[in-house]
Design a protein around this ligand. Sequence first.
Ligand code: GN1
Ligand code: MG
Length: 363
Amino acid sequence: MDALSAFAIEGVCTDIEPLLRGHINQTWISTWDHQGQRRRYLHQRINETVFQRVGGLMGNIELVTKRLAETAHEAGYESLTLIPTRDGESWCRRAGGPWRTYDFVEDTNVFDRCSGPEQAYATARIFGWFQASLSTLDPTNFAETIPKFFSPGHRWAQFGSALLAIESMQHDGSEKSNGLVARRSAALPEIEFARSQSWLIELFEAHLASGEIPSRIVHGDTKLNNVLFDANTGEARCVVDLDTCMPGFSLYDFGDMVRFTAATSDEDEQDLSLAGTSLEVYRALAGGFLECASDAILPLERELLHLAGPLVSLVIGLRFLTDHLQGDVYFGVKRANHNLDRARVQFAQVKHMESMRDKMLGA
Ligand code: GN1
Ligand code: MG
């Protein structure tokens, strides 16, 4: 792989293997031998359809990794280290697109499902530390690499546009149009459910528009599997996937953590009787996050904490549903109706959280 030679790595490359994770970028791990020492690196080809401003994206990551390197040691964590190119840049363009390289963090485990409150607490603490560390950075120095990425109103508008597009292609008779019309008919219950939840979008939009919920640098993808846990001690060690670090709002990070880590099923589970949210895990997440990020949380945000999980499940569910209605143009899919299945799980979580709102409020 020609791209690897662009990075300032010493030694001889002895192995390259793909790492099949994530919905967006392509990742490989390489092994190098340098004077008898073995070292590994993580290389990513950045998806330019999703990240159209790679310079801005990598500029954000440079700011974030620099700041985290200053605070990680004292907090007992590690941060990701970018390996520069031989020209001293943080990324390069080679055949096939833009590339970057990180030092590989050895001896860690990644989990797609949370083992219980203890692991949830550790996850919330590391993401809380992450956010508190970045809270002193000026959001105006960061690029918005995917426009309106965190805006609930924008996600709502994209959903509406997908429905309108299907409406307008209804009678053109092409195979593609017929397929999308059929998708809409089959997804009517989900479309109706989404509409019934518009109040949640409006509530957050109003607070964001008035500035009562401030703009902050967030992680933007606080899934449990974006935390590396030490293989020996089981402790949370390092936050990865810095692609969506950009101006957003604190409660998005908390809500995304609830959406994924407190989920009682896989994100693409087809048996909806398994989908839902664990109250016990939710409580552990709220406790850990408030302990570590509290300096960065305003009283209003504290008041809205219990609605952050439902909001982000709804927004991500809308994104999956919108992608399904557009013919799977954004998220990678591995089977028919994959995005619809994902949307259903998110909406089941919204429903479940709605049914235990009082308990979440008291957490
Ligand atoms: C995408 O590719 P991955 O798994 O890191 C998406 C997130 C979603 C997530 C849902 C840039 O993240 O916003 O929450 O899927 N990333 C982007 O699993 O859209
Ligand atoms: Mg991600």
